[in-house]
Structures are given as structure tokens and as C-alpha cells.
Design a binder for this molecule. Sequence first.
Ligand SMILES: NC(=O)c1ccc[n+]([C@@H]2O[C@H](COP(=O)([O-])OP(=O)(O)OC[C@H]3O[C@@H](n4cnc5c(N)ncnc54)[C@H](O)[C@@H]3O)[C@@H](O)[C@H]2O)c1
Length: 317
Amino acid sequence: MAERVLVTGGSGFIGYHLARRLVEDGAEVVVLDDFSRGRLDADFQELLEHVRLVRHDLRAPVPADLVTGPFDAVYHLAAVVGVQRTLDRPAHVLSTNVLAVLNLMDWCRANPPGVLFFSSTSEIADGAVRTGLAHLPAPESVPYVAVEPWAPRTAYSLSKITGELLLTQCAADFPVRIGRYHNVYGPRMGDSHVIPQFLRRALAGADPFAVYGPHQTRAFCYVADAVTATVALTGSGAPGALVANIGNDSEEITAEQLALRVLDVVGHHPKLELLGPPAGSPDRRLPDLTALRDLTGYEPRVPLAEGLRLTHEWYAR
Ligand SMILES: NC(=O)c1ccc[n+]([C@@H]2O[C@H](COP(=O)([O-])OP(=O)(O)OC[C@H]3O[C@@H](n4cnc5c(N)ncnc54)[C@H](O)[C@@H]3O)[C@@H](O)[C@H]2O)c1
């Protein structure tokens, strides 16, 4: 019998690609989203021919008759995401993301899934690295440090570590898998992250071309690899709670180098304008993927050059 899965946030960036992969793998997929950010665009319309869509705002309890279990797997990706949203509305980010976990948790307790996946973030490790309590590449065991507890930006990582803590408490009832995504990119990721921003400005012919924090480094993970890791981690058999970084540790790159790579892909060659980094943005981020490799045998497959080409193709369209 086909696997039955629920993907919350399934009209968003990673959720859409995950739902599509699960459909391709033969699963029966239910997507839950409130469309606060997710899009009903042509890609999603096409996916809708193969999935069931449930519109619901997870800040409210899930009505018993809206989504009926049981599910072999529940993937919880719904959240308010993005640095600008967090800076603009920290209380909204914190309350939405925590309420979504609490309401999903209640629903899962009444309808225990075979396994629950929770999408967490690399930002959990940023404070420990910044204060010298951990070094990069950062493993999952780093302490959570809120360097500026009252800074709006803290709301997002705080919402995710709270989600991790809450869901870990469910692990006696069903297995819980926590994946901490590190800089995932690809088609259909919106406009608020660095790669789509670079692509949009390059496609618009910006000159000079502004690069904020040109010496800061990141290691970007193409969304197909992130989805492979997510499915593999969720399917890894052990009971209890597991937490693993999800990313690509093979190509660390500065923002300036990234800008040049994007400009090459687009075929636009303006003068670079090198500016200071965005406030609170870490100088470096690099995942330790040892746990993910040990649990799943995962290896990132899509090199940055190929991922940028595919992402550019989509944004250019
Ligand atoms: N993209 C990354 O690199 C990255 C990095 C770290 C963590 N994550 C996490 O992965 C998950 C997916 O991220 P994404 O980049 O696809 O984000 P996204 O914003 O594209 O997708 C999130 C989805 O959740 C939905 N949503 C938001 N609030 C909701 C609510 N109250 N009820 C129901 N649905 C709601 C949105 O409409 C959207 O479709 C998020 O939990 C995010 O925190 C992503």
C-alpha cells in the first residue's frame, strides 16, 4: 500500500519540492498550508493534480474532521521564515511558529503518525559559534546561545529551538526527526534570500551591483539534495528523537564569489559595490554533516554551478 504523508507548509519553497518528490515516489500526499507565504502559482497548480490540499492556519487547533489520520509520516515545514519578516514582526514569528508546533503536536497525539519530521534551522548554532563556544563545522550538540535575547532577530531561532524541545517530548509516542536546514536554495524560493535577490538584480541589469558582507561565507544546499536528506532522515528506522544538520558542506563560498558566480550564470558583468554585512548576520556558516551521513548515507549531489544554473533557469522564466 502507498505511504500516506502530510506536508505542512507544502505550498512553500522546500515543502513544495518535498511534496513533489513524495508524489514521484508513489506516496499519497496531503498538503496543509494557510498561503500566508506559499503560492498558488503554475508549479503548485500542477502539483495539485496529485495531492490533496487543506487550507488551515496552524495558529489555530486542527479541526478533527479537517485532516484525518493516520499518516505514515508527517513533515512539519509550515513556519514564518526569513530575516526581514523576523526583523519586522518578531512577536508574530515567535508566536506563529510555536503555536503551529503546539497545535500540530496536539493533533499528532490524537492521530499518532508513523514518524514526525520537524524543520529546524542552522541559526540554532549561530550564537555558540559567535561566542566561541563552538567551532565550524558545527555539530548538532552545540549549546543554544541567545547572544542578544531581546534583539528581534532572535525570535526565529528561539521559535525553532522551542519547537525542537516541545517535539522531543513526543518521542515516547512516535519517532521524531529534527532536520536543521543550512542555506537551502533553488527554484521557487521567493525573493527574500540572497540567491534569488542576486538573480533578480542581475536579471534586471543592476549596475553597480551591491554585495552586502562580501567576505561572509556560506555553504549552499540545492533543494533536491535537501529533500533527499529530509526523506532519508525521516525514514531512518530508530525510535525516539534524532536531530541532524541538513546541508551541503562541500563548497563554502564568500558572498562576493557568489555574486560573481550568479552574474556569470546570468551573463551580466557590472561593477561590484562592496558594502557592510547586514546587522546580526554571522560571518560564516558551515554544517557538520557527520550525523546525517551516519544515519542515512547522504551525500550532496548537486554542485553549486549546476544548482545556480537550474535556479536561474526558473527565475529567468
Ligand atoms: N529555506 C531554508 O534555507 C531554510 C533554512 C532553515 C530552516 N528552514 C525551515 O524550513 C521550513 C520551510 O522553509 P521554506 O524556505 O520552504 O519557507 P517558506 O516560507 O517558503 O514556506 C513556509 C510555508 O509555511 C506556510 N505557513 C506559514 N505560516 C503558516 C501557518 N500559520 N499555518 C499554515 N501554514 C503556514 C507558508 O504559507 C509557506 O507556504 C521552515 O520551517 C523554515 O523555518 C528553511
